[in-house]
Design a binder for this molecule. Structure first.
Ligand SMILES: N[C@@H](CCC(=O)N[C@@H](CS)C(=O)NCC(=O)O)C(=O)O
Length: 212
């Protein structure tokens, strides 16, 4: 099984399946293809039908789109807890994962994921403030219902979907909500997080558009 990803410093969509596979103990080969935004990322087209990362290749099967990859992994490894076991919790986890996949456009465009960035606040729009307020409510509701330390107790695909958001809220000093502080601590203590962050921080590439 091979996972194609972009730069670990910046590629928020790549981070999602990568951290899920690491935490759930799936053996995979990682292929990092650095961004070439100026050139239109032509190399991505060699393995990805959409021309984007992440892309998972399992034998003859190619799966693109981060959430589709996470769903495939849950089907492919039914013994691994990619989603919560309880049907109601699983429905909630899918709801929040989908909300992340299709939403929070203000936060995503104004505050790019950046593993090596120093913590520094920037001026943000009302759209970002609204996104942050919704995330604070969503995380605190999930953590209260599950007891934490992850959104549904133990780490699931819902946490994988929000991993880049943890980085954004921290690096742009966007929230001092107690639930955000506790969740950030739990996510950043994962060995998989530490491994990704160390590799991203050490990368030589700078993408000016992602340096807010
Ligand atoms: N909806 C896609 C988004 C994937 C995406 O936009 N990936 C970015 C990198 S984080 C990319 O490949 N950009 C290159 C391009 O658009 O040329 C997913 O969930 O996987």
């Amino acid at each position: 099984m091979r996972l194609y990803i972009g730069n670990k410093n910046y590629s928020s969509w790549s981070f999602r399946p990568w951290i899920a596979m690491k935490v759930q103990g799936v053996d995979f080969e990682e292929v990092l293809v650095p961004f070439d935004d100026a050139g239109g990322n032509p190399k991505f087209r060699e393995f990805s039908p959409s021309g984007k990362v992440p892309t998972l290749v399992d034998g003859k099967l190619t799966i693109w789109e981060s959430l589709a990859i996470l769903e495939y992994l849950a089907d492919r490894f039914p013994g691994k807890p990619f989603w919560p076991q309880d049907i109601a919790a699983r429905a909630m986890a899918r709801a929040v994962a989908n909300e992340m996949h299709g939403g929070f456009g203000g936060l995503r465009s104004e505050c790019p994921m950046n593993m090596r960035r120093e913590i520094r606040a920037i001026d943000v729009s009302d759209a970002v403030r609204k996104d942050v307020a919704r995330i604070e409510k969503l995380w605190s509701d999930c953590l209260e219902a599950s007891g934490g330390p992850f959104l549904f107790g133990s780490f699931t695909n819902a946490d994988a979907m929000f991993a880049p958001v943890v980085n954004r809220l921290e690096k742009y000093a966007l929230s001092d909500h107690a639930a955000v502080t506790a969740y950030t601590k739990a996510m950043k203590a994962l060995p998989a997080w530490i491994e990704w962050e160390a590799a991203g921080t050490a990368e030589p590439w700078i993408v000016p558009a992602d340096e807010a």
